[in-house]
Design a protein around this ligand. Structure first.
Ligand SMILES: [Zn+2]
Length: 258
């Protein structure tokens, strides 16, 4: 179910039955010369779509909310097309959206993040929300970090606009990828030197990996593995919630069948 496709009476009927809402979060930013500016949104939106479908097959309904497009993207702001939102404004905005979702009654908000610069502001937004909404849990999933093992089963390397991300976009929106312009290299930096034009050094050409080994087939494998893992984790958590509420309502029930 997509939140934006429901009428408000539909939503009213749905919200009491659905515990989990998936919120894709990304950025509009430069991704090498070969990937679209919307890369960091396309990937989490597709993962959310797959997770929802996998869960539906298990009989679990979740709601997918429209994505947060603009993110915090300081270092890549030196490249054309990047739209950088100050970290504090981004954190506050995401927290407000989550607050609304929590007030609608959702117990679990899954932030499916596609962009590195968003990680710390999202942690803060989550912490601020749960300080005031005790019954809500916020999941922060950074797909390219949290499922690195799965990714390295498929790819030889990963990085911004690199083999993994390029593969994923080739699987989702091949018509937007310019593989003839795909070139880059891994830049290693041990410490972070913050300066206005740091993006030129850290991410020369708005890339930090060699994307030439990317393929749609690899992207499909990554999307499949990551979506399965996330769906499995949500299903597990939902069954725990089910057994909690079953034992709440019937204190005599034992937990054999949970
Ligand atoms: Zn990206």
């Amino acid at each position: 179910m997509r939140l934006e496709e429901l009428t408000w009476p539909d939503f009213e009927a749905v919200k009491g039955k659905v515990r989990t809402v998936l919120l894709p979060v990304g950025s509009v930013e430069a991704h090498g010369k070969h990937l679209p500016l919307g890369t960091d949104v396309f990937a989490p939106v597709e993962i959310c779509r797959r997770v929802e479908e996998l869960l539906k097959r298990k009989g679990i309904d979740v709601l997918v909310a429209p994505p947060i497009w603009y993110g915090h993207s300081f270092s890549l702001n030196v490249y054309s097309g990047t739209v950088n939102v100050r970290a504090s404004a981004f954190r506050d905005y995401v927290r407000e959206v989550m607050r609304e979702l929590a007030d609608e009654g959702f117990e679990r908000i899954v932030l499916l993040n596609g962009h590195g610069g968003n990680v710390y502001p999202l942690v803060e937004a989550g912490e601020e929300l749960v300080e005031e909404r005790e019954n809500v849990e916020v999941w922060l999933i950074n797909w390219w970090i949290d499922f690195r093992d799965e990714i390295f089963r498929v790819c030889d390397s990963q990085g911004h606009a690199g083999e993994d991300e390029t593969s994923v976009i080739l699987a989702i929106r091949p018509e937007l990828v310019r593989m003839d312009a795909a070139e880059g290299r891994k830049v290693k930096y041990g410490i972070r030197i913050i300066k206005k034009d740091m993006g030129f050094e850290e991410l020369p050409g708005a890339i930090n990996d060699d994307p030439k080994g990317a393929s749609a087939e690899k992207g499909e494998k990554i999307l499949e593995a990551v979506s399965r893992r996330i769906a499995g984790m949500i299903a597990e958590r939902e069954s725990v919630s089910d057994s909690d509420s079953a034992s709440d309502s019937n204190p005599d029930s034992d937990s054999e069948d949970s």
